[in-house]
Design a protein around this ligand. Structure first.
Ligand code: PGA
Length: 507
């Protein structure tokens, strides 16, 4: 479990854990106030807060309120920097209908004291995408990104079908988008192309807030929250974002079938012992680094009936980890994969090493998804054990992103749903209220778990992960002692069980 702080592209991962929040408000005015509250919170959170703005009908009232507050001296934006999501290709700041023109008209031109910097998208450059990429590279990471959603589920100008790994790009506009924005161009001269921040770049913002108001957005909101996360509905990337808030009014929420449009269905909380573990097929651990599998899931793996095929899929080489005596990346990779083979032997698992490219590139790579889809097809798992989306470690987080994409494709191909068990470990522990599977393992399983963890001698030389893993297993028994382990009476729990806590989801 190496700490790859140099991982580009997932710096957002440094900003702590959170979940998708869906905030439902009665009307558009309330939605505006919610966004304002988040802006004010962000303004106070850093010396030079950075905002990514969105334009369009949804945000008109918001801009009016910002101007009102700023002019009244109640909002100081002078230390804040701004950029925005998208612009029509060929339209400069003077072009009515364009996004920069709109922002200058309704916001920046009306402020009394101005802002530190506004970096408009350079859509008139010879190569707008390159110019925008350069601009975003020099712009500080975006602390708060505002987003709308199109009637067709687009986010920014990422139209349905845009791959999630796209960064800044120029896109042809969908017919529905041109139709929805016809009023911007009363002369009928609607641009056909736009420059837009891509899904990958939106996922890298520290915090993203998507606002949807009005009945016209109801179908898109339902698809975003209830359909599979997929480029078919680009706004569904919000469910992959590490810190996302969706603000919807009653009209936009009207088509939701769930209470507030939640992600996969949670199963009731249960305490499971070896006899209860019946996956009905193979089990695959998707291990971000070579060693997470045993630290996080060794107790469960060792408790499975011996007839259950089980696999450790190691996503990355772990080559950046410090190992005793050092070594080249190739040498460290060889060493760590040998340690995984020893770990796997202790737990009777097969091994697959994907050596994912994202570990070096720092960005989402489609090739990694392809490789994992092929592996899942071979294993055909009933249960997949996975790191959490909100795990603060960038490699864990990216692993889950790649897995979510791969599972989507796998389930589409096979038509068989896979149950996902989200594990915890040294880097991430679940919120207690999220835990719904407590796996109790016995001393023999503890012995095998420890043998597996200790197979990673190169890592134990840095940190006693064996002690950590067992300490966590005891802590989990204490956490749930009164609710699940009968520890309410004096003397009830004189010894603590060993427990791995999971969030178990049917998809
Ligand atoms: P709107 O646009 O706010 O004008 O509805 C939102 C969007 O298309 O993303």
């Amino acid at each position: 479990m190496n700490h790859d702080s140099g991982s580009r592209g997932w710096r957002v991962a440094r900003h702590g854990a959170s979940h998708l929040r869906v905030i439902r408000v009665p009307d558009a005015a309330s939605a505006t106030e919610m966004v304002l509250a988040l802006v004010i919170e962000t303004l106070g959170s850093s010396a030079e807060p950075s905002f990514g703005l969105a334009t369009g009908g949804t945000f008109q009232e918001f801009f009016r309120r910002v101007v009102q507050l700023e002019n009244a001296g109640r909002l100081d934006l002078r230390h804040a920097t701004f950029t925005h999501l998208d612009e029509y290709v060929g339209l400069g700041p003077e072009s009515a209908g364009g996004m920069v023109h709109e922002l200058n008209e309704v916001l920046f031109g009306k402020l009394r004291r101005g802002v530190k910097r506004f970096s408009p998208a350079p859509a008139t450059a010879a190569d707008p995408a390159a110019a925008q990429a350069e601009l975003l590279d020099t712009h500080p990471g975006i602390d708060l990104q505002l987003l709308g959603i199109g009637r067709n589920g687009h986010v920014a100008f990422n139209e349905p079908g845009t791959p999630f790994h796209h960064r800044t790009h120029v896109t042809d506009l969908a017919a529905d988008t041109i139709d929805a924005n016809a009023a911007r161009f009363p002369d009928g001269n609607h641009p056909r192309q736009a420059l837009t921040m891509g899904p990958a770049a939106i996922l890298e913002t520290r915090r993203a807030v998507l606002v949807a108001t009005g009945a016209g957005k109801a179908d898109a909101v339902r698809a975003m929250l209830e359909d599979p996360v997929s480029p078919a509905c680009p706004a569904s990337i919000m469910r992959l974002h590490p810190d996302a808030t969706i603000i919807i009014d009653d009209a936009a929420a009207a088509a939701l079938t769930d209470e507030c449009g939640s992600t996969p269905r949670r199963l009731p909380t249960s305490v499971l012992r070896a006899d209860d573990l019946d996956p009905g097929g193979a089990v695959a651990v998707i291990s971000p680094h070579p060693d997470d599998a045993s630290i996080s899931c060794g107790g469960l793996l060792a408790s499975l009936p011996s007839s259950v095929p089980r696999h450790i899929v190691t996503m990355t080489t772990g080559a950046r980890a410090r190992v005793p005596g050092g070594g080249t990346a190739e040498e460290v990779t060889e060493l760590r994969e040998a340690e995984v083979r020893e770990e796997a032997a202790a737990l009777e698992c097969d091994t697959t090493f994907l050596r994912c490219r994202f570990y070096d590139s720092g960005v989402f790579e489609n090739g990694d998804v392809d490789a994992l889809v092929a592996t899942l097809a071979e294993i055909d798992p009933a249960w997949v054990l996975a790191p959490a989306r909100e795990d603060p470690h960038p490699t864990h987080r990216m692993t889950r992103l790649v897995l979510d994409e791969a599972l989507l494709r796998h389930e589409r191909m096979t038509g068989r749903p896979v149950e996902v068990w989200t594990f915890e470990g040294a880097w991430h522990q679940h919120a207690n209220e999220d835990v719904n599977a407590l796996v109790v393992f016995d001393e023999e399983a503890e012995r095998r778990k420890l043998a597996a963890v200790r197979a990673h001698a190169s890592q134990l030389a840095r940190v006693p992960f064996d002690e950590g893993a067992i300490a966590l297993a005891r802590l989990r028994a204490v956490t749930f002692s009164e609710t699940h382990f009968g520890g309410t009476e004096v003397g009830a729990l004189d010894s603590l069980p060993l427990v791995e806590a999971y969030v178990r989801e049917s998809r």
